[in-house]
Design a protein around this ligand. Structure first.
Ligand SMILES: [Mn+2]
Length: 375
């Protein structure tokens, strides 16, 4: 899946990049970004002591800039940060950072030139299929495997990451094989980590969960029959289970209400669902994905007011091949947008509060038209 990338030269690049105390890793606060950071932290210990999670839903690069300054960080590795969808934020970060940015990303977004101190390694192959996705965590696991022997916990982690990213089925042939029981636990962990990072009170330099993952990894029992229990009873699983319970409860309730309320645009085969999420946790993406899975047809648009602007997430039923949801977001007036990007079947944006309503209408019309055109 990463045939177009020379893994050993990327390993070298990361080792050269992360040599001094001035380097840190910044990762998207979700299972994919988290495990990507965990795996790279295992390659070079410099990155273990300096890691920032970024709530890219809000694309709060200002917090990242402030945290970097506070810790004297001048060089950053960005994992799963979706920077291509927030060029303004990326430019500000590149300008403020003083050193270099090394970006691993598989998102589509604005096509504009990058600042000269930004090095981008595209994880997607040059000519991807329409719905291509190459999670950063799967890439980092490959890099780690090229450098160290990976153990069972590493395998369980990469499966957890695939579940968290919603690509387990798509990539199962490329993933380690676990037992049914182990696979179920990995699914719980992936989803639990997504839930953990929906808490907007988590600070940008909070390393609790990464430490828990490293402790678990370091304490892998020699006896394979004890591995499962050691993971199940780990502090990692305890921490995320609490978050997962609360998030599941909220998401399930919103999805149930949305199904009862019915689609915003009622077409028997291709309904469009429109949901407004109100929560102190940032769960708009989970609501959108869960509603998409539940209704299993048409398009889902979910919005949630956030500090930076109105977060919007848009999903397409898995059986559909159009419309391209990144194109839908790109049809919006750039003046109304703080960030936008994603994948053809799952994309998101943050809209400026001022003008968000008009932008949502444009989006609704785009989707409605593209559905009508198919028939
Ligand atoms: Mn992510």
């Amino acid at each position: 899946m990463f045939e177009h990338i020379n893994l050993s030269s990327e390993l070298e690049r990361i080792r050269e990049f992360a040599t001094g105390e001035s380097c840190a890793v910044a990762y998207h606060g979700d299972a994919d970004g988290f495990f990507a950071a965990h795996f790279l932290g295992r390659i070079t210990s410099v990155l273990q002591d300096h890691s920032f999670n970024v709530q890219t839903g809000d694309l709060d690069f200002n917090r990242l800039i402030a945290a970097s300054k506070q810790h004297n960080i001048t060089d950053l590795i960005l994992l799963d940060i979706n920077v291509l969808s927030a060029q303004g934020g990326l430019n500000a970060l590149a300008d403020a950072i003083g050193g270099r940015l090394l970006v691993y990303d598989d998102h589509f977004g604005e096509k504009v030139p990058l600042p000269s101190n930004v090095e981008l390694v595209p994880l997607l192959p040059p000519n991807p299929q329409d719905d291509s996705i190459r999670p950063t965590s799967l890439f980092s696991h490959r890099i780690l495997a090229a450098s160290h022997a990976v153990n069972w916990i590493d395998d369980a982690f990469v499966v957890a990451a695939a579940f968290g990213e919603g690509v387990y089925r798509q990539f199962s042939a490329h993933l380690p094989q676990l037992s049914k029981q182990e696979t179920d636990l990995a699914r719980r962990i992936g989803r639990g980590i997504n839930a953990y990072f929906t808490d907007t009170s988590i600070d940008v330099d909070d390393g609790t969960l990464l430490r828990a993952a490293r402790d678990l990894r370091a304490a892998e029992p020699a006896d394979p029959s004890e591995r499962y229990a050691s993971m199940l009873n780990s502090s990692l699983v305890k921490i995320i289970s609490t978050a997962a319970k609360e998030v599941d409860r909220q998401v399930e309730q919103i999805v149930r209400e949305a199904v009862t309320a019915g689609p915003w645009y009622a077409d028997a085969k291709m309904p469009i669902y429109f949901v407004k999420v109100e929560s102190s946790r940032r769960i708009v993406n989970l609501v959108a994905s869960s509603l998409r899975t539940t209704v299993d047809k048409g398009i889902v648009i979910a919005v949630q007011p956030a500090a930076a602007g109105l977060a919007v997430e848009i999903r397409r039923a898995r059986s559909m091949t159009t419309p391209n949801l990144v194109e839908a977001l790109m049809s919006l007036n750039p003046d109304a947008v703080i960030s936008r990007g994603g994948h053809p079947m799952a994309a998101g944006a943050t809209l400026k509060h001022d003008g968000a309503e008009d932008a949502i209408q444009v989006l609704q019309q785009f989707v409605r038209r593209s559905i009508a055109d198919r028939q």
